[in-house]
Design a protein around this ligand. Sequence first.
Ligand code: ATP
Ligand code: MG
Length: 582
Amino acid sequence: MPEDNVKKPSEPSGKEPAPKEDRSLDFVREIVSEDLKSGKNGNRVTTRFPPEPNGYLHIGHAKSICLNFGIAKENNGICHLRFDDTNPAKEDIEYVDSIREDVRWLGFDWKDKEFYASDYFDKIYEYAVMLIKKGLAYVDDLTGEQIRQYRGTLTEPGKESPFRNRSVEENLSLFERMRTGEFEEGSRVLRAKIDMSSPNINLRDPTIYRIKKSDHHRTGNKWCIYPMYDFAHCLSDSIEGITHSICTLEFENNRPLYDWFLNALKTSCHPQQIEFARLNINFTVLSKRKLLRLVEENFVRGWDDPRMPTLSGLRRRGYTPEAIRTFCERIGVSKVESVVDIAFLEHCLREDLNRRALRVMAVLKPLKVIIDNYPEEKTEMLQAVNNPEDESAGTRQIPLSKVIYIEQDDFRENPSKDFFRLSLGKEVRLRYAYFLKCENITKDPATGEIIELHCTYDPSTRGGNNPADGRKVKATVHWVSAAHAIAAEARLYDYLFTKDNPNEEAEEKDFTAFVNPKSLEILKDCRVEPCLANAAAGNLYQFERLGYFCVDPDTTSSNLVFNRTITLRDQLAKIEQGKKKK
Ligand code: ATP
Ligand code: MG
């Protein structure tokens, strides 16, 4: 809640990165740079961001987007947007649209290089036929369960399927019949013939095609067999002429398979797969599957709920693309798994908002104040600074009249010694206005609740200046004029999870057990400065002393709704201060 002093510029986090030019290249950029030097790909850099359209993008994807698009841009290359849409059951056009919107919003442009793995289904099918002809793939009649049993474990080799040695002709005929829909789902698959005793389980004759009698959002009912991700992914990369196929560490053990397919098929382009550590952040989950559960089980209001770590949620919350890009740049890229403190993301956000947000006054929990010695009919205009960080933002005029609202928290009936804001007989400064002294409290006789304060002001302190008698006050409070203020709703958010690492299952509870029941607080009776009358969805402001807020798209002409993007206090700074106190 409000601090005793008006906001200071954002505090340092203790994790300030070195200026960009002083930093050496990360290991991925190092590889790309070496390849350019050696002329490996004919001086060409082509990357891709390959989402599966089965959910909305989250901030983990932003790391991958910044890396892939960033590397392309820095090297005069191009980054493709490729939808890895090989699973018709879970994918949807809604997700495709949201992904395009989010990548664009983050500030990246794929020009006309928008591709779909499903565009290559014909080619990928031909590649499968080629493998069969080379004796490197076979149709297997084992059930899914049997295939799993035959696969072996990390310590035991797998067992060969009795169907492994079918003739090329039989395999070609069976695969064709799979394609024409003759067989039931799950009754047969096409497998690559590699090595059932390989220490790398990915190489134990992986399935490359399966029967799936579902319509696909792009190819309709043309196919009833679909390539598996591993097979489709490397071939899509190769078809597109990708030079560096950058992915997260969990695909490290798939790289030998990726290379096996491309070598077996002697493709003209053989992209280099490079793995980096995925982004993890505490107090949240970064997995589309988990985020989908939060949406479907109504823990949140949708994919773009401002508590979600999705890009659409962060956007609605008031995050700027600049803040997210800065965050991604500063966390860097490495091979070591780690968890980034959410306070660091917030720090990057505050730094950006501090520069751009216009300052206004708003009262979240209003307490009525009557200035007894202020003329009844008078309204005067006082000058306020729009952004102390940016002179070009200029100034504005704020109306003052006899009745104002201040924050309930800024008044105490029984103040402790270190409470310097308003209390009976005490004086404070009204931001940009006058010194104000509390003379009387009016209470509801039935409940004892404070209804209003009666105060007096000192006309010699206009603009908040100290009076000639040298009197000083220790606190400045924000306020709005009752007659001029606009009613608004404010939605205050806290972390979505109460646990530092909600992914870590405890006592057999799954992650939803740690959803924070108090992650949303709605205040319906707020009052904001009249200059916000025409504020449009997405506009960002700093409510002085309260935090950064942005206008929610739920806003209508009769109901102005704000999301609290972030409080002013830097958690990192707070943690540091806390340590010092102890
Ligand atoms: P999720 O685990 O959330 O379902 P995913 O990896 O299945 O994510 P994809 O749509 O396959 O999602 O991801 C597209 C790209 O984004 C991939 O290259 C993937 O490696 C990358 N990516 C996904 N999550 C992260 C993350 N947390 N950090 C960095 N990159 C990520
Ligand atoms: Mg995936």
